[in-house]
Design a binder for this molecule. Structure first.
Ligand code: FES
Ligand SMILES: [Fe+2]
Length: 340
């Protein structure tokens, strides 16, 4: 019949996209940002969360929706803290850091009134929360590192990318020369998967800028730890005496954008002439800022690619992509436990 469009059954096109929120530990805040008795809110993995610290120092990270009649619990919606408990602005129910409703005005707190919480861990001055099928029972723990740095600098960025793609960078040796200009790249250790972790190690030569004073060519060894898709660490050392831990923390915001935190923790520094001319604590601070800046400049080069990159579930691998393919297989485990 003319003008009539007949609808026929069809299979949807197989979509080459990744779930935007893989199971992982993701950073929520710096420890120093969260004082006792302070309630905060943020957008995190496509939902709004609240987080606070009670007088014992315990931190709760929870969905910002009240289990009673769904009021918004963040400070911008009227949520408040009272004696370390979160008070809902609607009917005044109170929740402690375990998520339990401990007070409901004139009635007994309903047993089912529990906040949807995310397991929390605090290490090296950072607060992480776990996202998985059972958000209170993580499949693994975050790495426990000593807080042995003398200075720290952080850069925060937000851009379109996926945490799997950003972490893939660490094993994508092929791009290190082409995008970042590193030279003499050598693999020092076979890339290895251990459950939810992946380890790799390289050496290469790169230029480091010293605040425009002069460019220093450095040969560095790096050891990479991928601790799930929200946390990567890079231990950097060199014969000249550098000892640094970099953190790359990717956290999905809304299914499209990610928050990326780049952290430079400096343990030791070489005897560069300009460092000798300032007192050591100032030099360390200066150097941590410098390294964080370098890291940011490096990541900015990657973002040019990530902003427009499409995910290829069946890439045309080259002979240099063995670790990328290993990494992709490693990542599959993080999509089996998706929260709905
Ligand atoms: S909606 Fe929160 S106490 Fe009623
Ligand atoms: Fe890169």
């Amino acid at each position: 019949m003319e003008g009539k469009v007949e609808l026929v059954h069809h299979e949807p096109l197989a979509q080459d996209v990744l779930d935007p929120f893989p199971e992982a530990w993701y950073v929520v805040a710096e420890s120093r940002e969260l004082a006792c008795g302070e309630l905060k809110e943020r957008k995190w993995l496509g939902r709004s969360i609240v987080y606070w610290r009670d007088s014992n120092g315990d931190v709760c990270v929870a969905d910002a929706t009240c289990p009673h009649l769904g009021s918004y619990l963040g400070p911008s919606g009227g949520g408040k803290l009272k004696n370390g408990n979160l008070v809902c602005p609607f009917h005044g129910f109170e929740y402690d850091v375990s998520g339990k409703c401990v007070w409901a005005r004139d009635v007994k707190p309903p047993r089912s009134a529990r906040l949807k919480r995310f397991a929390v861990t605090e290490t090296c001055g950072l607060i992480f929360a776990y996202f998985g099928r059972d958000t209170e029972k993580p499949r693994w723990q975050t790495p426990v590192f000593a807080s042995d740095h003398s200075a720290r600098a952080i850069r925060r960025m937000q851009f379109r990318a996926h945490p799997q793609t950003t972490s893939e960078n660490s094993v994508d040796v092929n791009h290190l020369g082409h995008v970042h200009g590193y030279a003499q790249i050598e693999q020092l250790r076979e890339t290895e998967v251990a459950g939810p972790f992946l380890f790799s190690s390289y050496s290469f030569t790169r230029n480091m800028l010293t605040f425009g004073l002069r460019s220093v060519k450095l040969k560095v060894d790096i050891s990479i730890g991928v601790w799930g898709l929200g946390i990567s660490s890079v231990e950097i050392s060199s014969a000249s005496g550098i000892s640094i831990r970099q953190w790359v923390l990717s956290t999905p915001v809304d299914g499209e954008l990610i928050d990326m935190w780049l952290i430079a923790d400096i343990r030791d520094l070489p005897n560069w002439w300009w460092l000798k001319s300032v007192i050591r604590s100032v030099a360390l601070k200066l150097a941590s800022q410098l390294i964080a800046r370098e890291l940011k400049l490096d990541v900015l080069k990657d973002t040019v690619i990530w902003r427009k990159q499409n995910y290829r579930s069946r890439p045309a691998y080259s002979a240099l992509d063995r670790d990328v393919s290993l990494y992709r297989r490693y990542c599959e485990q993080f999509y089996r436990q998706i929260v709905t």
